[in-house]
Design a binder for this molecule. Structure first.
Ligand code: NAD
Length: 364
């Protein structure tokens, strides 16, 4: 397969972790006979320094011309970096919001996996963490409360703020289809999370999800109220496969799910549009405190690249190889400093990339 991949190294540790993810992808291409064409674009602080703006039209065009986009992370130290003395629409994060909009990315995917080797970092009780977990949170990204009409008014001398939570059936259907498609590639269970005992938008959400489920007879669908889901995530996370939910609930639940893994450097993510196109990036930020020291953990970015292989290119075998390589390198006892524990061998960012690439070679 010939694949055009646009990379956004970004700021801070971004260039270091993207370099390692490319190393792993190049190994996959070599072993499985694909041609990967990489192009880099600037975004965030790196683009401000060169072009005076966080994202140029040319960069957007290059991202759109690709089959998928792989990103590191953008942004600097928000208290000391001169980027944060610029007006909000000129700051690094404005580039990220703009590219998500330009690429029409409405579905956000965040896996939360507890690896046996890292279970010590899980803040849950041992009897819960022992069971492990491997879930995917599918969050609607462009609708709901964050994008509804809002206003602050004064009525009879009293200040009043209004935010509106709106979803139409098309917005719900397209994210539900993505959720069920992803469940078909996993353990075939969808937990749709809402607040249907109170909200009309949730009642419509439930109805539309049930309509979509009719086309996926192999997938088990269950509904769960958001308050219960927040409890179940810490009580019995092993029960979840795909959690499908709207924007604000997903914002909160995906952070909760990632915190129970305990390892920020391991968390991948993807944002998809209604074709196969997606933007893949680690969940963490640009970690300016450790940038340029070759100590960042590249695994979240490598696992994001594995998601790209699986969800944008349907290369499941290749994605499996990358994920297996991560597990085996952890089993071999190699750790970057953020996940280091007694008895393991500490390695830097670049060495971790080498080990992962070598492991992929040894798997075939
Ligand atoms: P952060 O995720 O960058 O860092 C939090 C802590 O985790 C730091 O101590 C950091 O050293 C550590 N850490 C993060 N990733 C790591 C990795 N791969 N390996 C080892 N340690 C790692 O969060 P922050 O400090 O709040 O934000 C820094 C900058 O990143 C800010 O400008 C913020 O706006 C930006 N940010 C960008 C994105 C994005 O690009 N999508 C997301 C979140 C934050």
């Amino acid at each position: 397969m010939e694949l055009k991949i646009t990379c956004i190294p970004g700021d801070g540790i971004g260039p270091e972790i993207v370099r390692e993810a490319k190393k792993v992808l190049e190994k996959v291409a070599e072993i499985y006979g694909h041609k990967m064409l990489f192009t880099d674009i600037l975004m965030g602080g790196a683009s401000i320094d060169v072009h005076g703006e966080p994202l140029t039209k040319e960069a957007v065009a290059q991202a759109k011309a690709a089959d998928a986009v792989l990103m590191g992370s953008i942004g600097g130290d928000t208290t000391t970096s001169p980027w944060y003395r610029l007006p909000p629409n000129k700051r690094p994060e404005a580039g990220l919001l703009a590219i998500r909009k330009e690429l029409n990315l409405f579905a956000n995917l965040r896996p939360a996996i507890l690896y046996d080797e890292l279970s010590g970092a899980c803040p849950l009780k041992e009897e819960i963490s022992r069971a492990g977990f491997d879930m995917m949170i599918m969050r609607e990204l462009t609708g709901g409360l964050y994008f509804g009409e809002r206003k602050t008014v004064v009525e009879n001398g009293v200040r009043k703020a209004v935010d509106t939570l709106t979803y139409d059936e098309n917005e719900i259907r397209r994210i539900a289809v993505k959720g069920f498609d992803i469940a078909m590639k996993r353990r075939k269970k969808v937990t749709s999370v809402d607040k249907a005992n109170v909200l009309d938008s949730s009642r419509l959400w439930r109805r539309v999800v049930e309509e979509v489920a009719e086309n996926y007879p192999e997938v088990t669908l269950e509904h769960m109220l958001v308050d219960n889901c927040a409890m179940q995530l810490v009580k019995n996370p092993a029960q979840f496969d795909v959690i499908l939910t709207e924007n604000m609930f997903g914002d909160i639940l995906s952070d909760e799910a990632s915190m129970v893994t305990g390892s920020i450097g391991m968390l991948a993510s993807a944002s998809l549009n209604d074709s196969k196109f997606g933007l893949y990036e680690p969940s963490h930020g640009s970690a300016p405190d450790i940038a340029g020291r070759d100590i960042a953990n590249p695994i979240a970015t490598v696992l994001s690249a594995a998601m790209m292989l699986r969800y944008s290119f349907d290369l499941d075998k290749e994605a499996d190889a990358v994920e297996t390589a991560v597990k085996k390198v952890l089993q071999d006892g190699y750790r970057t400093v953020d996940i280091m524990s007694e008895g393991c061998t500490q390695v830097g960012c670049s060495k971790m990339g080498d080990l992962l690439a070598e492991k992929i070679s040894s798997l075939v």
